[in-house]
Design a protein around this ligand. Structure first.
Ligand SMILES: Nc1nc2c(ncn2[C@@H]2O[C@H](COP(=O)(O)OP(=O)(O)OP(=O)(O)O)[C@@H](O)[C@H]2O)c(=O)[nH]1
Length: 475
């Protein structure tokens, strides 16, 4: 849905800043509704990705401005284009008439899964690369196997890789801490390498490198303990192989001694790789922690920049941004918007009589009620009015009501008042009652935001002087 919004397909629904995003992406809107016209190539291209996740029913339910037959026709066209584009990218959605299915081998909307699957393919490529020396060794007769034996080995390697690929792709491996199954994959590769080494003759020393190639994959995915475990298992496996191969040979057999030398060298290199792996794992962990901290700091910063610290409502700076955007849209499309400045009455008395902390509690409680009311606003039968509410400063708040004429805004403010006065606010100094005065002004064409606000402020002043607890509208 967000993608559709971002590309100018206006969706219904209430709340927050969604409205500003809805139309921000596109200028071809008409009285608040960005229209999609058949043949509008750019928009169709933009909508392609979104339409894959968004079927006709959902679009219709969300009251897409292009209704009925036009919606269906548009969706059909978009879907056809999506299918065509996906086919070109070799990730064809499987589609039969009347059946809507979409399958991508490398899902575009899941970058983590894509990364794991790519790594899986890299693993398969490594197996196939090692075929070159193996073919050479078999051809030279340095192995105790012929080409049919090698073919079996290749088939086994491919089967193992396909199994892991499907397990990861299906999402089944998500239940594990490491959904890429790095340890299991490397263990399988080591087992296959052991088989090849068993069948080797003169080529054995060279083929021991197969172990290192397999273990090297773990450098970017395994921790120290896992590495040590794997290294030990590899050394034990090789030791078992030697014991089995030389079960009838005398202890003084020089070939057995040579194998022991290989085992020792292998073990030392494994240990070295475990240390290196541990170092890299530490770096990776640091990087991950820093990334998480950075993301958290960014999120905090984004909240701080737009929100008031005490109440959590939008702050003045953000409200001014919203107003500027609203004005631009109004100038462009000609629809109305109204602002309302709300000021709590006799707030100084609350502070003076019950303390600053109780005053803060009232401000927070008031904000909560405002936000709850503003989200539920549905007047004149419209649900897509994105009312924005924030703290304008001190005990003053601002309500921005797009697509709302003065009369509607007044009705809305009175509804909010009903909620505010319905019950006292819970504070540290006990329940405290509060009411507010409000000044409402509808933005006039050609007027600046500051001028609209000034008129709302004048209306507020009027409300104060006429007795407070009331709403006045600016002419
Ligand atoms: N507790 C608290 N008080 C604040 C905050 N910001 C402003 N105030 C207080 O709000 C009060 C505003 O007082 P006035 O401007 O006289 O307004 P009032 O008492 O509501 O009177 P009228 O608006 O005329 O009804 C001052 O006492 C400010 O100190 C805040 O964040 N927390």
């Amino acid at each position: 849905m967000d993608e559709l919004r971002g590309h100018g397909l206006r969706m219904g629904g209430c709340g927050g800043e969604a409205g500003s995003e809805r139309e921000a992406g596109d200028g071809a809107a008409d009285s608040g509704h960005a229209r999609l016209r058949v043949g509008d190539e750019r928009r169709l291209a933009c909508g392609m990705a979104a339409v894959k996740r968004c079927d006709e029913t959902r679009i219709r339910r969300r009251r897409h401005p292009v209704r009925g037959d036009e919606t269906r026709r548009l969706c059909r066209m978009l879907r056809r284009r999506v299918a065509a584009a996906a086919c070109l990218r070799h990730s064809a959605p499987v589609a039969w008439p009347g059946v809507r299915m979409s399958f991508e081998l490398f899902p575009r909307n899941d970058p983590n899964l894509r990364r794991l699957l790519r790594r899986q393919l890299m693993g398969l490529a490594s197996y196939l690369m090692f075929l070159v020396p193996l073919v050479y060794a078999v051809n030279e007769g340095w192995m105790r196997m012929d080409f049919s034996g090698l073919a079996w080995f290749v088939a086994a390697a491919c089967a193992v890789n396909v199994f892991f690929f499907l397990a990861i792709r299906s999402g089944w491996t998500r239940r594990f801490q490491d959904p890429g199954l790095t340890l299991a994959q490397i263990a399988t590769a080591v087992a296959l390498a052991l088989v090849m080494i068993h069948y080797s003759e003169e080529a054995r020393s060279v083929l021991l490198m197969l172990f290192f190639a397999a273990l090297f994959f773990g450098i970017f995915g395994l921790g120290t303990r896992q590495f040590l475990l794997l290294g030990t298992a590899t050394a034990v496996g090789y030791w078992g192989l030697i014991q089995w191969e030389f079960r009838d040979a005398p202890a003084e057999d020089p070939r057995r001694k040579l194998e022991v030398l290989r085992l020792l060298t292998l073990s030392m290199i494994m240990l070295w790789m475990a240390l290196l792996g541990s170092y890299v794992a530490g770096l990776r962990q640091n990087l991950r922690r820093r990334n998480a901290e950075l993301a958290e700091a960014m999120a905090r910063l984004r909240t701080l920049v737009a929100h008031d610290e005490l109440t959590g409502a939008f702050n003045r700076r953000h409200l001014m941004d919203i107003l500027t955007r609203e004005k631009e849209r109004t100038d462009r499309f000609g629809h109305v918007f109204t602002v309302c400045i709300i000021d709590l009455d006799y707030f100084k008395r609350i502070n003076d009589s019950h303390g600053h902390a109780a005053g803060d509690d009232v401000l927070r409680g008031f904000t909560e009620r405002m936000l709850a009311s503003a989200r539920k606003i549905d007047w004149l039968g419209r649900q897509d009015v994105d009312t924005t509410f924030g703290r304008y400063g001190g005990e003053e708040f601002l309500l921005v009501m797009p697509h709302t004429p003065l009369a509607g805004a007044r009705v809305c403010v009175e509804r909010i008042r009903d909620r505010v006065v319905a019950a006292p606010f819970e504070t540290g100094a006990g329940p405290l009652e509060a009411n507010f005065s409000a000044g409402v002004a509808e933005h006039r064409p050609g007027e600046t935001v500051a001028e609209t606000l000034a008129r709302a402020d004048e209306a507020l002043y009027l409300a104060k002087t006429r007795g407070r607890g009331r709403t006045e509208t600016a002419d």
